[in-house]
Each structure stands twice: as C-alpha cells, then as structure tokens.
Design a protein around this ligand. Structure first.
Ligand code: FAD
Ligand code: MLT
Ligand code: ZN
Length: 473
C-alpha cells in the first residue's frame, strides 16, 4: 500500500497533507531563508499515532522532520528539497494534560503553544517563565528540542532547567514515558537532558512535565541609556549586587539596533528621546511589594548615574509603559527581516568577555567588509548576544550572501577564541552545521555521532541538521 494511504490509516486522511498549497506554510522557515519539499505533512493527534508513523517511516526508510511552531531561527524544522521526507507537525497535540499547583508542575502535549502554557499556569495561580518573542506560535516541543532561552534565563534558566519529565517516541516507534514530576531521581543516565536540545535528531518529543514557579506580584522595569557594552557590564554587576535574584531580565541593544527598530516600527517610541549609543532593558520581579522593588531599582540606577556608568534612565510608571519598553526590544527580529537578509549569529561568551568580543568582532568584520552594519542585541546577562550583520547600504543581497560565510567564520573565530559557543539558544539546525567541525572538538563530534547512531541508526530523524556528515577518510 502506498505511503500516503498507510499514513492516513494511522492519523486519518485529513491529517495527511499532500496538496502543495496546504503544505506551503510547513515548508519554509520564519526567516524565509530555507525552502523544502515533503512527501506529506503528517499531523498526528496522539503519542500512539506518532509511534505508528515512526514505525512505518523506519520500516520504509522515510526521513522524518519533526516540527512545532516553525519559528526556528536556524532552519531546523525545514526539510531538504528532495521531497522524500515527511514533516511531522505536532501542532494538533496541544493539550494541557494536567496542572499541579501543589507540586508546582504542569504536564503538556508537545504541540502546546508557549503562550497557552503561560496562560494555563497563570490561571492556576502559578508562573511558567519561558518567554520569547515567538511565544504566540512556538510550541513546548520546539522549545525543548531547541533548548530555548529567551528573556528570563538570567533568573530561571533555559528549557533544560525548566523541565522535570519528558515523553518521547524513538525512531523505532518505542515510547519512553518519562513524565515524572520528581525533583530528585538519580537512577541512571540523564536521558531527559540528552533529548532536550537534540533538535529533532534523536527522538520526537510528545509530552513534557514543566516546572511552575510562584507568580511574580511585583515588577519594576527600566530603559537605560549608556555608552557601550562595557558600561552595560558594569551596570549588570552593580544591579545584580543590589537586587540579587530579583533581577529577571537584562537585555542589551546597540544604538544601531535601536535606530533600526525605530525605522521599521511605527509605534515604537524611545523613552529617552534621542537614540543613545547603547541601551539596556532591565526588569526586576518579586513576590513582594511593588513600591519597595521600584525603589530598589531607582537606588541602583541613581548610583550608576552618579558614577557615570549610566547616561540616562526611565523607570516604567505602570504595566502599560513596561510593555511599551518590551515592545521596543521585541521589535528587533521583525526590523531585521524587514531591513534585509542579515547574517545572523547567536553566540555566547563568558560575560566578562562580552564587551571585548563586540569590539573585536566589529573591527574584524568591518575590516573584511567595509560598510557592513553590525546590529547587536540580546541577553547580556546570560553572556548571549545576537550578533547580526546587515549588508553595506546599497549592497545587493547576492553580493552580501557571497561575503557572509567569511564574516561568519570571523565572528565564530572571535567567539571560540574566548571559549564561547556558536549557538547560545537558537541551535545549529542547518544554518550552522558547516561550522561544527571548526568549532567543536573531534571527540565531541565523535560522541555525538555515536549517540545519533545509537538512537537513529538509519539517520532518518531530521537529516542534515545539527551534526555534519562524518568526513570519509
Ligand atoms: P520549530 O521551529 O518547529 O522546530 C525547532 C526545532 O525543534 C527543529 O529542529 C525541529 O525539528 C525540532 N522540533 C520541533 N518540535 C519537535 C518535537 N515535538 N520533537 C522533536 N523535535 C522537535 N529562541 C530562543 O531560544 N530565544 C529567543 O529569545 C527567541 N526569540 C525568537 C523571536 C522570534 C520573533 C522568532 C521568530 C524566533 C525566536 N526564537 C527564540 C527561536 C524559536 O522561537 C525557538 O527556537 C523555539 O523554541 C522554536 O519552537 P517551535 O515550536 O517554533 O519549533
Ligand atoms: C531574540 O532574542 O529576540 C531572539 O533570539 C530572536 C533573534 O535573535 O532575532
Ligand atoms: Zn534571543
């Protein structure tokens, strides 16, 4: 029986998409950088259906590309152009399975949208802290497979730190029910943490148990103008010393980044008038009194103004203004897409080395490509910067695309020189596969390839992503 008919037997005919128009949204990425083709888009409704699909695809050696909200920034969820693969979309599996406010845990389907999970936590009087610009469409399965970070990592950690249990389907169709809410379980290898961040190459994630936290009752948010990344690091250190774990977010933006946001966003208004050389968005949160929290932030900023670390600062007077500050920060991804095809880098370096990294990378890329425009922003508190490069004004996309691989090598060399990482949160996907042999030690690639062969011996899960093919000796 032909593949499509067999798939329809498992998930139901209307959940197997073969029509080109119906398939289209699943076959290109959010950035519009990658395009693929698929034998079918398959939308299972349960873990058992996922197991049935994986068993069939393994028997017939059909590649499978798992997909959630398709918001990957590294082309991780887009199939190649061969048309042999199926795209396994988890978006129908979007139930909140259980909420346990006493145990501070929530069990969800992999296709549950992040914003819905945040709402369900809030409805139960709790807080799920993962927060990304894509939260309206990204899914928990994609957040897990990419080990997503976002704006609150500084206080709460990445998806790996926010997850208690996992349910996965292996390429051979076996289901691992690891849906535990235990905080302590020392019985063997950390299978859960191995699957988190595996980018759809080792398993299909079908469910998860997530940690819940006390709801922050008070927030204090400030938009702060400063000279440069060095000043931002000094401010980070002093705010952290004064505010401790209340510091929830510390988002850096250069002046060039702010100008780009203003150029492409009609409603964005900088709270401090002119575009500063650099800025940070700071957020404190607590389960305590809002006035005390705001005064604490005011004290930290007043001290920084006195010591001239800070040029100027605006503290949000209410939640509406705080949201307006965040809209400036969240506007950057869209502004970059509207400006053109950026060469995107998602690096992390030791926090103390960040300013030095930005200065060295800027100098090196401008020397290599005069007129190139660094647009630098990101989660400075985690040591993670989104170091994006735009073409020289007037340069064609094709011309810049020819330059981009060399510029990426320069940025990654400056990163690796400082024992940094070439992907802090977006993952390797297909965008950075070619850089892995340069940036990971041979032993790391060997161990990862051994794990890949163990879990996916036929190399069917998400081919061409994360791991480069071994070099034939
Ligand atoms: P997809 O894009 O569908 O897939 C991502 C990867 O996970 C692919 O490799 C895919 O094969 C795999 N996958 C998806 N679902 C499953 C599953 N159930 N089982 C196994 N593998 C699976 N990322 C951050 O970390 N921090 C940010 O601040 C951030 N901000 C963003 C802002 C914008 C505007 C956009 C567009 C993206 C942003 N991202 C950010 C990137 C992206 O949103 C995250 O990587 C997110 O976790 C992807 O989730 P998704 O459901 O869209 O996954
Ligand atoms: C962000 O922090 O805004 C995201 O990671 C998206 C991006 O890098 O554009
Ligand atoms: Zn980010």
């Amino acid at each position: 029986m032909d593949l499509v008919a067999r798939l329809a037997d498992i998930v139901g005919e209307r959940h197997v998409l073969v029509d080109a128009e119906a398939q289209a949204p699943f076959l290109t990425d959010w950035l519009g950088k990658y395009r693929g083709a698929a034998a079918a888009i398959v939308r299972p409704g349960s873990t058992e259906e996922v197991a049935g699909v994986m068993t069939l695809c393994t028997a017939r050696r059909i590649p499978v590309v798992p997909q959630g909200g398709n918001t990957s920034m590294s082309g991780g969820a887009t199939p190649d152009m061969s048309g042999r693969a199926i795209v396994l979309s988890l978006t129908r599996m979007n139930r909140i399975r259980a909420v346990d406010p006493i145990g501070n845990a929530m069990t969800v389907d992999a296709g549950a949208v992040l914003a819905k999970v945040q709402e369900a936590a809030k409805a139960a009087g709790r807080f799920f802290p993962l927060s990304l610009g894509a939260e309206g469409s990204c899914t928990i399965g994609g957040n897990l497979a990419a080990n997503a970070g976002g704006g609150a990592v500084l206080r709460y950690g990445t998806m790996r730190e926010l997850t208690l249990g996992l349910e996965v389907v292996l390429p051979d169709g076996r289901i691992w029910d690891g849906l535990t809410a235990l905080r302590k379980d020392n019985t063997g290898y950390a299978l859960r943490d191995l699957f988190i961040g595996s980018e759809g190459t080792l398993c299909v994630i079908t469910g998860a148990v997530l940690k819940l936290f006390p709801q922050p009752l008070a927030r204090a948010t400030a938009f702060v103008a400063l000279r440069d990344a060095n000043a931002a690091l000094s401010l980070l250190s002093s705010v952290r010393a004064r505010c401790g774990d209340r510091l929830t977010a510390f988002e850096f933006m250069t002046g060039a980044c702010l100008s780009l946001i203003l150029k492409h966003s009609a409603e964005a208004r900088l709270p401090l008038g002119a575009v500063p050389p650099a800025a940070v968005l700071i957020e404190l949160s607590d389960t305590d009194d809002e006035l005390a929290l705001t005064e604490r932030l005011e004290g930290a900023l007043a001290e920084a103004v006195e010591t001239e670390i800070v040029l100027d600062a605006a503290i949000a007077q209410d939640g509406v203004q705080a949201k307006a500050f965040w809209r400036i920060r969240e506007g950057v991804s869209e502004a970059l897409v509207r400006e053109g095809k950026a060469a995107k880098h998602d690096v992390s370096v030791p926090v103390a080395a960040m300013a030095d990294f930005v200065a060295a990378a800027d100098a090196a890329v401008i020397a290599a490509a005069p007129g190139v425009r660094p647009i630098v922003f990101g989660h400075l508190g985690d040591g993670n910067l989104h170091y994006n490069l735009l073409p020289r004004m007037g340069q064609s996309d094709a011309d810049f695309a020819a330059l981009a691989p060399e510029l990426t090598r320069i940025v990654h060399d400056e990163t690796c020189k400082r024992r940094g990482s070439i992907s802090a949160e977006h993952g390797i996907g297909q965008l950075r596969v070619s850089e892995m042999p340069r940036c990971k030690a041979p032993i790391e690639l060997d161990l990862m390839r051994s794990l890949k062969t163990l879990f996916d011996p036929h190399g069917l899960l998400n081919p061409g992503k994360l791991l480069p093919a071994p070099v034939e000796n």
